[in-house]
Design a protein around this ligand. Structure first.
Ligand code: FAD
Length: 471
């Protein structure tokens, strides 16, 4: 550790109570061991630290904003690793409006990247409820999704170049804004989604987009997820790829948000079984076209009622209902939060199939289903029966969180889905991946890990089973 302190300085190493927040999980489901936290300021410092760790065989856990929900940024078993936080590497190195590219360091908080893009009359469309804390390095390492994937894609689709420190300490410099570059394996895509197991992302070239002159947000009351699919089809036909996102929210979930955050309110007078939050943007006319398409959906009986945001304040109030959902789930005592995806056309079968599977694990469980219906990615948050505190329930049913996760996985896979839609594998789903991925896929994943990180120092225990790696 003394050598590492010499690289970054005493003040940039934290431990004990000073470092407590780095061991916490945003949902309170895990607690990491109290590893030393190191905060380098430059790519050169990261490289020197990694070289040292490589020769000494010290494990490194890259850390961005700590908002990951699959325990990828936590050391659950050992305090011998170092947590390498990128938070001091938070500079925007350049913005090139002609290239529509921003080069940002990995520790830049997503919301700050949005603000910087807007200063240049541009936007960076990756967005999610954790945008005030998550970092672009973490977003890329997890290939995050969020609320505008329908139109703009995942983090992977918004990154044209990457700089990373490899497990050897060598720096991979691939930050060029080139849109075409067919020169062999695209290492950028190998690092994106690798969850810190192949290297430390230190900077990225991000794709910016022009600001949309007109935007429209609508909140719709609907009867079922099947109707949500009908609305999705109708809107895609009417406004095409100007649809930013479509979020499904259960009536139960909206009720929880309003209960825990009394300043927020459901804009409809009465309660409805399901709601859809729809966001679209583009050239002038997109609002009228969206309104016309929604009116047609009402006529056809796909939508019960619609509220259109008439101002930025109303738009933000509607989005607040969605963005406060994860917190409302936590406050209600969710003990299992799923993140699986199915083909969009299977959403209705997915919701009914998984609800039945959850009830099969324990009859009294309550479920809030919500999420990115336009991407086939609905999250279930599962709570104990009403009136039973989470801690008491888990004590009485110790294996139930795994049981529910397993039931949701099985129902997802039966519909041709994926056990991780956007949160990644981390430590939470490592065994699930091992169980459900094909043997050929697991073999190649291990071979890649072995080739790039033969000493297994980069985030060991995340994504791939370490002992299986050594086979
Ligand atoms: C309220 C809430 C809402 C969320 N909504 C969404 C959502 O809509 N869509 C979505 O996809 N996710 C969502 N998430 C999950 C989370 O915000 C994302 O996974 C995010 O991308 C993590 O970024 P981070 O900077 O916090 O990374 P961390 O949590 O710090 O790390 C996550 C993983 O990335 C690795 N890592 C971090 N930085 C680097 C780096 N520079 N180089 C290499 N590896 C690194 C870590 O080792 C770890 O494995 C949500 C989380 C919360 C709490």
């Amino acid at each position: 550790m003394n050598d590492i302190r010499a690289i970054v300085g005493e003040a940039a190493c934290k431990s004990g109570p000073d470092a407590a927040r780095y061991y916490e999980d945003p949902r309170g489901s895990f607690t990491g061991k109290d590893c030393v936290v190191v905060l380098p300021e430059t790519t050169e410092q990261v490289s020197q630290i990694v070289r040292l760790c490589n020769s000494a065989g010290i494990a490194i856990i890259p850390y961005g904003g700590g908002t990951g929900v699959v325990a990828g940024q936590l050391s659950l078993d050992s305090d011998a690793a170092i947590i390498l936080s990128l938070e001091r590497m938070n500079r925007v190195r350049s913005v090139s409006p002609d290239d529509f590219v921003m080069v940002a360091e990995a520790g830049c908080v997503l919301e700050n990247i949005h603000a910087e893009a807007e200063r240049h009359d541009l936007m960076f469309p990756l967005s999610m409820a954790s945008k005030g804390s998550c970092t672009i390095g973490g977003n890329l390492a997890t290939n995050a999704g969020g609320i505008q994937v329908l139109r703009h894609g995942n983090a992977r689709d918004l990154c044209v170049g990457i700089e990373a420190v490899l497990p050897s300490g060598d720096v991979l410099e691939e930050l060029s804004p080139l849109r075409k570059n067919n020169t062999g394996y695209d290492l950028r895509h190998l690092l994106i989604g690798s969850e810190g197991t192949l290297g430390i992302i230190t900077a990225a070239s991000l794709t910016l987009k022009p600001l949309d002159p007109e935007a429209v947000t609508a909140f719709c009351a609907i009867t079922s997820p099947a109707d949500a699919l009908r609305v999705l089809r109708a809107l895609r036909t009417a406004i095409g790829n100007r649809m930013n996102g479509m979020e499904l929210m259960s009536g139960f979930g909206v009720g929880l948000v309003c209960e825990h955050f009394p300043t927020l309110r459901n804009p409809f007078a009465g309660d409805h079984p399901w709601y859809l939050l729809i966001d679209a943007a583009g050239n002038p006319g997109v609002r009228d076209e969206t309104e016309a398409a929604l009116a047609e959906c009402i006529e056809k009986g796909f939508i019960i009622d619609v509220v259109m945001a008439e101002s930025e304040a109303q738009r933000s109030a509607l989005w607040s209902l969605r963005e406060h959902t994860p917190d409302a789930n936590r406050k209600t005592g969710a003990f299992c939060s799923s993140d699986t995806a199915v083909p969009i056309g299977q959403i209705d079968a997915f919701v009914s199939g998984t609800h039945a599977a959850i009830a099969g694990v324990h009859e009294g469980l309550r479920t809030n289903s919500y999420g990115h219906i336009g991407d086939g990615n609905i999250h279930h948050n599962v709570f104990p029966p009403k009136g039973i505190p989470k801690a008491d329930f888990l004590q009485a049913h110790p294996g139930i969180a795994n049981g529910v996760r397993g039931a949701i996985n099985e129902a997802t896979l039966a519909l041709g889905g994926s056990i991780s839609a956007e949160h990644g594998i981390g430590r939470l789903k490592r065994k699930d991946l091992q169980e459900h991925a094909s043997p050929s896929k697991m073999t190649v994943l291990r071979q890649i890990k072995q080739a790039i990180d033969p000493k297994n120092i980069m985030n060991p225990g995340a994504l791939i089973d370490q002992s299986a790696c050594a086979d």
